[in-house]
Design a protein around this ligand. Structure first.
Ligand SMILES: CC(C)(COP(=O)(O)OP(=O)(O)OC[C@H]1O[C@@H](n2cnc3c(N)ncnc32)[C@H](O)[C@@H]1OP(=O)(O)O)[C@@H](O)C(=O)NCCC(=O)NCCS
Length: 210
């Protein structure tokens, strides 16, 4: 049986592995990007290195089953991202990463910079989250327990609301968020994953008042 606990720095490698293994709608990131480390440094390191208190782990027999990466105030993330992305870009141009200059990666990076970022009014929904569990352990209840733990944490801290982004290709996650009480705030068609999925998907922005 799994247990839920706070993240520890010793979980860092396992969390990054799972984040890479689930980045394509629950499948490995290599479906759309050959440069896994770029993605992890540009995005996941905020949660492992800065927001550890809002990173929750599902664990069974000492092995990582899943995680929920959260942040109570998305303004903090946006500020971090703006500063951090420059460091990652510098490492890209100084050839510190593998897998950047492949047709797949360059195509994705090109489409990424053209994406329309959905606008969200952060005042009612300042917090956000990302959640993933291991493919062979989905449906065992750990995702629901991770979500409950984080939502309770936010409520205890009087955070007024939380949002998350998913897509119409996350066919299990999107209806699950709705069953949990998240409301669809915005639906935006996008070609970001057109080569890996084979067609446009809709980005779905969900919010919940706490
Ligand atoms: C979405 C996700 C995090 C849920 O975690 P989990 O450990 O499966 O969570 P639970 O076991 O509590 O199940 C959550 C819900 O998904 C349903 N579910 C999980 N796996 C399923 C499967 N293979 N088929 C159908 N439903 C499934 C469960 O029935 C449950 O719904 P319910 O609570 O209404 O009964 C996990 O399925 C996952 O990582 N999916 C792939 C990646 C993804 O979509 N992540 C979210 C990105 S925004």
């Amino acid at each position: 049986m799994w247990t839920i606990r706070h993240y520890q720095p010793t979980d860092r490698a396992a969390v990054r592995r799972l984040a890479g293994d689930t980045a394509h709608f629950g499948d490995p990131i290599e479906r759309f990007l050959d440069a896994r480390e770029v993605f992890l440094d540009a995005f996941a390191s905020f949660y492992t290195d800065v927001m550890g208190n809002y990173l929750w782990i599902a664990e069974e027999d000492g092995a990582l089953l899943g995680y929920l990466m959260g942040c109570p105030d998305t303004i903090d993330y946006n500020e971090w991202f703006r500063a951090n992305v420059k460091k990652v870009a510098w490492r890209v141009v100084t050839l510190r990463y593998r897998g950047v200059f492949t047709r797949k990666s360059l195509g994705y990076i090109w489409r990424y910079w053209q994406v329309r970022i959905p606008y969200i009014d952060l005042s009612p929904y300042p917090a956000h989250l990302h959640i993933n569990t291991r493919a062979d352990k989905r449906g065992s209840g750990s995702g629901t327990a991770l979500m409950k733990t984080y939502l309770d944490q936010l409520r205890n801290e009087n955070v007024p609301g939380v949002h998350l982004e998913t897509s119409s290709a996350n066919t299990i996650a999107a209806p699950w968020y709705e069953r949990l009480g998240f409301q669809l705030l915005q639906r935006t068609p996008s070609d970001l994953y057109i080569t890996s999925v084979g067609h446009s998907v809709d980005f779905l922005l969900y919010g919940m008042r706490l």
